[in-house]
Design a protein around this ligand. Structure first.
Ligand code: ADP
Ligand code: MG
Length: 916
């Protein structure tokens, strides 16, 4: 059964060489283009492979077939670069079989080996799946090597069968194929990096709008590019000047001595669309738009020019970019100081934050590999940069400051991969409601809800800090020190007892509580230290400790297998010399990196964090506040844990726990509901029960009663199944929320009289509003939980687990993950609740059936993946027992929407607001 009748939308995506192709369905208007593709743009040899012969009529027939009036069984997609149709892929159902389609493919000769066919087939596979097609078939000639290679590299299982010189290929379209997703990801990564080369490693740059007015943005950038020592060609474009700040200026792009790879636009908003168009026509491959305050029309024209002419775009409203690779040496930003060359990759949305970050990192001596101020992020996003840093061979630390996520699921997937290799740090900006409002108006992009962001960061292994200060403090540690062992046992050593205690408190607060040192270590330490020292944890060396004492202690603790990280708090003592505390000098003479991370705390230090240089060239981070050191270590510990966790295939879904879902029935039910309620809404109790049954979610029996008599009858039927022989009565009307708050729930009804009273109470109270009532057996008391799905149009589904029932808002103890959930997600969702012990058991509370809880979460994950129209599901409460669980209240909301496949390769479409 087709799940949707929408035509596939137009999408833009990158070819293997980074060219932007536009993919859209073919229609009658495309007949000439299709004919030209199959005739002028293909050699006779290509045509023979395509049509199995040399019939002169073949191109005509193909054009007629693909561009005739729409046929329900035909899906035909074209790939365009600019105005040229460069390839076509189509599939058509045959012999009345709705779930199998015959695939055909053609690529213009000059565009062979650019991944055109593969990209088209990916989009066709997506569209075919949406239509319920389960298998593609293709007849190919044995000699058609390009097509055979395409199929073997695609990532989908391919079955081949030789039949009279023709090779029949069958491609089953398995929905949850991780192998395919990985292949698609890898192609996306390679194409993305190729497309960014013109931006981040340009050989030539034009600054458009380089003004003679000193202090203007255009001139400032021009000067910075020159002074930064850019190794390529630099041209100024200004129709009103012969030279700008000593650089010769050209009136327009066509008068330049060559075609620039990159153009930096610093022109007024009205000029931006025309300048972008001119760049596109000239063959520029990337734009950095510094201009802000574009109105909706200007923004759309800018985007259109970029997509049509295959230019990647940074901005608008960008502060610029920088690349410190000595081969390039590009400083095209008008904010901060020239970044030191180094290994930190930085992407910021807000330019102000970018300046601040560059300055602080420079003060710490942490160098930058590349810096991008994303601005309004119409095109190039944090996701693109993660992929760039993953493969640039220079970056070993990524710092992101993002206020919104364009395609969060793609981001989380990329981040999961990149964070395996390098730490990715971010500031969780827009946490508060006010912060989100600010972020929305600031970047013209609605920011993402907190709970979703947290889930996203955690799932992706991203280190999310709460402020720029914390970001920098954590970067200082991760940059210079090894990770702790995942266990994260921290020791605090100090030469002033009081500071040691402050540090111990800070550690507890940061979630790295100090354990007592093993007695062996404690004794060894005592032998090393002056009288009066105490060797609990924190270790107090007393102020009488000399530099030698301290160094010996640090060496001993760093070697101890019981300790995974060390905070050394030092105050200047009588032993301090002119150049600072003697003890620090002793430490800096030792190695910067030991087996465990070492953080220094000097409360007298003016800067919140410094990187102290050691004799061996490495650095030790030194903090003025023990809390900062503790937080940085806690982040490092979390990262070590994330790395130590088994990562099957990233993104593997929780298949072991996924019940045998009846997806076709669930989809049918969804479609039926939306046919009767095209605007969407809450399912009624019967439809809700049917839907949950498709996923094996245990829901209590409900009977429907339209009047008191029917309620009485239902109560009599259900009473034997109720706890203590009791039933529950709930008044029902469509789209109701919070029944108990409205007084629409009566529990514990033991007798006929109870049921009558409850029913007549409802009639008095709700009158005609009420359609009737639901009668349920009373469930035994147990642990009340809530589980559900929230789905965001952009984000995709999020599965939530919480403690609760009617008290859920008070307890406010919830855990959430983006679906699809992995096995690990299922485990951590249960264990990370503050009240996890209520589920897993304590000496006085027996454990509940966590396997059953996992089963429900996996079912929700599957349901969310199957039904994009499901915007909200709320199982509250789920009553859990030692031997199972039951849901007594479920609500499901459906809305019409087209499925969103986050794994399909396509460039993001920015949300452009009309307001400048
Ligand atoms: P709502 O969430 O709309 O207020 P519920 O159907 O969840 O309404 O009922 C409110 C509370 O009543 C539940 O949290 C639960 O504690 C209790 N309850 C509801 N139905 C049952 C039932 N069948 N058995 C036991 N308790 C129930
Ligand atoms: Mg409820």
């Amino acid at each position: 059964m087709p799940t949707t009748e929408y035509p596939p939308p137009t999408a833009e995506a990158l070819l293997a060489d980074g060219t932007t192709a536009i993919i859209r369905p073919l229609g009658p208007a495309d007949r000439d283009a299709v004919l030209e593709l199959h005739s002028a743009r293909m050699s006779e040899a290509s045509r023979r492979l395509r049509f199995f012969g040399v019939s002169r009529r073949a191109p005509e027939l193909a054009a007629d077939r693909l561009c005739g009036p729409p046929r329900p069984g035909l899906l035909a997609l074209g790939a365009w670069v600019g105005a040229d149709l460069i390839g076509e892929a189509d599939c058509e159902t045959t012999d009345g079989r709705a779930d199998t389609a015959e695939l055909a493919l053609a690529v213009a000769d000059t565009w062979q080996h650019h991944g055109v066919g593969t990209l088209l087939v990916e989009h066709l596979v997506h569209a075919a799946r949406e239509r319920g097609i389960r298998e593609l078939e293709a007849d190919t000639l044995v000699g058609n090597r390009a097509v055979h290679k395409l199929f073997s590299d695609l990532g989908l299982p391919v079955h081949r069968h030789l039949d009279q010189g023709e090779l029949k290929v069958r491609v089953p379209l398995d929905e949850n194929d991780e192998h395919y997703r990985e292949a698609v990801d890898e192609r996306g990564r390679a194409a993305g990096v190729a497309s960014l080369t013109a931006l981040l490693r340009p050989r030539s740059i034009a600054v458009i709008g380089a003004s003679r007015r000193s202090g203007s943005v255009g001139q400032a950038v021009l000067l910075k590019i020159r002074e930064g020592g850019f190794t390529g060609e630099l041209w100024a474009v200004n129709p009103y000047a012969d030279e700008v700040a000593g650089e010769p200026a050209f009136p327009d792009l066509s008068s330049l001595p060559g075609t620039p790879d990159l153009a930096v636009l610093a022109v007024p908003p009205v000029v931006v669309p025309g300048a972008a168009q001119e760049c596109g026509l000239a063959g520029v491959r990337a734009l950095v738009v510094l201009t802000s305050n574009l109105d909706g029309g200007q923004a759309r024209q800018l985007m259109h020019a970029c997509r049509r002419h295959s230019m990647r775009l940074v901005g608008p409203n960008s502060l610029g970019i920088a690349q410190t690779d000595p081969v390039v040496r590009l400083d095209a930003e008008f904010g901060g100081a020239l970044p030191l060359p180094g290994t930190a990759g930085i992407a910021v949305q807000s330019g102000g934050v970018g300046i601040a970050l560059l300055e602080r990192l420079a003060r710490l001596g942490i160098g930058v590999s590349s810096f991008v101020s994303l601005g309004d992020k119409f095109d190039v996003s944090g996701n693109d940069l993660l992929q760039w840093w993953e493969s640039d061979g220079r970056t070993d630390l990524a710092l992101l400051h993002l206020e919104s996520f364009g395609n969060p699921r793609a981001f989380s997937r990329t981040a999961r991969r990149v964070t395996r290799r390098i730490p990715v740090l971010t500031v969780d900006a827009g946490r508060s409601v006010a912060g989100r409002r600010g972020a929305a108006s600031h970047t013209a992009a609605a920011a993402t809800p907190t709970v979703t962001r947290e889930a996203l960061f955690r799932q992706a292994g991203i280190t999310a800090t709460r402020s720029i200060a914390e970001l920098v403090e954590t970067a200082a540690l991760l940059h210079a020190q090894p990770l702790p062992r995942p266990r994260g046992n921290i020791a605090v050593l100090s030469n002033a007892g009081g500071i040691g205690i402050l540090a111990a408190d800070a550690c507890a607060e940061a979630g790295v509580p100090l354990l007592e040192l093993p007695s062996e270590q404690a004794e060894e330490l005592l032998d090393l230290l002056p009288d009066g020292a105490s060797t609990g944890n924190p270790v107090d060396t007393t102020a009488a400790a000399t530099a030698e004492h301290l160094r010996a202690c640090v060496d001993l603790l760093a070697r101890s297998p019981a300790i995974d990280g060390l905070i050394v708090c030092l105050v200047p003592t009588a032993l301090a010399s002119e150049d600072g505390p003697e003890a620090i000098r002793a430490l800096l003479e030792g190695p910067a990196r030991r087996r465990i991370p070492v953080a220094i705390v000097q409360v007298g230090q003016e800067a919140p964090v410094r990187c102290l240089s050691c004799a061996d060239g490495g650095t030790l981070p030194s903090y003025s506040d023990p809390a900062a050191a503790a937080r940085a270590l806690a982040h490092a510990r979390d990262r070590a844990r994330w790395l130590a966790e088994p990562h099957p295939e990233h993104g593997t879904t929780a298949t072991a726990d996924t019940p045998s879902a009846d997806t076709p029935s669930a989809r049918r039910l969804t479609a039926d509901f939306l046919r009767s309620r095209p605007e969407g809404g809450w399912l009624d109790p019967k439809a809700t029960a049917d839907l949950l049954a498709c996923y094996d979610v245990p829901l209590t029996t409900s009977m429907w009663a339209r009047n008191e008599q029917e309620a009485l009858h239902a109560a009599r039927t259900l009473r034997p199944y109720g706890h203590d022989g009791r039933v529950v009565l709930k008044a029902y009307w469509p789209d109701q929320v919070h029944k108990s708050r409205a007084g629409a729930v009566r529990t514990g009804l033991a007798t006929d009289a109870d049921v009558r009273t409850a029913y007549s109470g409802f009639t008095t109270r709700f009158g005609a509003r009420m359609d009737g009532a639901v009668v349920q057996p009373m469930a035994a008391p147990g642990l009340e939980l809530l589980a559900g799905i929230v789905q965001d149009q952009v984000f995709g589904p999020l599965v939530v687990l919480g403690l609760g029932g009617t008290t859920t808002d008070i307890l406010d103890d919830r855990s959430a993950r983006l679906a699809p959930l992995t096995e690990r997600d299922l485990t951590t969702m249960v264990t990370e609740l503050r009240g996890a012990a209520l589920l897993t058991g304590t000496p006085v509370v027996p454990p509940v059936d966590t396997q059953a809880v996992r089963h429900v979460l996996a079912a929700l994950s599957r349901m969310a993946a199957d039904l994009p129209q499901l915007t909200e599901a709320d199982l509250n409460p789920l009553i859990a027992y030692p031997g199972g669980l039951i849901c007594v209240d479920a609500r499901v909301r459906l809305e019409p929407r087209r499925p969103f496949d986050p794994y399909l390769r396509r460039l993001r479409r920015p949300a452009i607001s009309e307001e400048p």
